[in-house]
Design a binder for this molecule. Sequence first.
Ligand SMILES: NC(=O)C1=CN([C@@H]2O[C@H](COP(=O)(O)OP(=O)(O)OC[C@H]3O[C@@H](n4cnc5c(N)ncnc54)[C@H](OP(=O)(O)O)[C@@H]3O)[C@@H](O)[C@H]2O)C=CC1
Ligand SMILES: CC(C)(CO)C(=O)C(=O)O
Length: 322
Amino acid sequence: MRVIIHGVGAIGGVVGAALIEAGTEVLGIARGRMLAALQADGIRMISHRGTVELPFPCVAHPSEITFRPDDVVLLCVKGQDTAAALEDLRAAGMTDQPLFCCQNGVANERVALRYFPNVHGVTVMMPATYLEPGEVITHGAPCYGLFALGRYPGGTDAADEALKQALERANIAAFTSAEVMRTKYGKLLMNLGNIVDALLPLGADRPRFTDRLKAEATAVFEAAGIGWEDVGLDNPQRKDVMQIVEIEGTPRPGSSTRQSFARGAGSVETDYLNGEIALLGRLHGVPVPLNATLTALAAERVASGQGAGSISEDELERLFAS
Ligand SMILES: NC(=O)C1=CN([C@@H]2O[C@H](COP(=O)(O)OP(=O)(O)OC[C@H]3O[C@@H](n4cnc5c(N)ncnc54)[C@H](OP(=O)(O)O)[C@@H]3O)[C@@H](O)[C@H]2O)C=CC1
Ligand SMILES: CC(C)(CO)C(=O)C(=O)O
């Protein structure tokens, strides 16, 4: 099995480095300063086990790849980059190789099914960081992360089992799930807080806002008949397997959305997180003013160049009340 990682950032970088360290053949698709760093010096992965530096074979575009029958493709780009990535993979000759959406949100798998027949969802529990080109960090321990894998829209197959085994050899705990989207909807509830985490200053009271975002979302799920499973700290599959730990000298900078602002990435994933709740609320006639407000606020903050920590608790409370 060769694992092609489309989008070598925080998740793609940690997963790729861990697989390479464990002896799996990996090929990354990266861009910009990350691509240049990987091609020049390979990847540096920092974890609770220490720092490893590894060669990370990479190309700039899928068109540079001759796809093989034993390839599996891990899509590790943010939701706003999914459609372009899928188009590039198809144009490059990918056909029925398994495609695993290692992404937050619940929209990627459905889009992928337009392009490819063999689509899998992955619920990614991994506190990963990418701020500096060539360097990725995971604060997950004892395993670097915990992944649930399953075929989309349902079931499991040999590809799930093969990837699960490769991940486990790489210190990433994994389990297969015939209803993987249930855990992805549960994870989405957690990720409604990404934009709150990003925009509030460090140390602010986040649950004051995130609890209300989740309440809107669970009401929408109920109205829409969407089942979900809690994948947070109380999940028994997570306990003892993957907790977020301190790494001396390497503070965790916050959610993946906060990292996008910190890197000046020019886009954030909020349309596919809080925006998914806005969409579902509008489809099912459930009021979702708070998630809709934050979806719009994220776009406004990206456009105006304001970023991490740019709104106070009082300002956010006023927006929630308006
Ligand atoms: N970070 C975390 O802790 C977690 C993240 N997730 C989810 O995992 C997914 C990936 O997130 P994360 O790793 O944080 O994101 P990152 O932004 O760190 O990594 C994505 C990488 O893909 C690159 N990329 C995007 N489009 C292309 C393309 N067409 N060709 C080549 N490279 C491309 C991006 O480049 P560029 O920087 O130039 O945009 C970036 O380097 C998201 O859905 C996120 O929500 C899930 C759990 C935890
Ligand atoms: C790790 C977690 C849950 C929150 O930081 C996440 O999924 C993200 O950052 O996108």
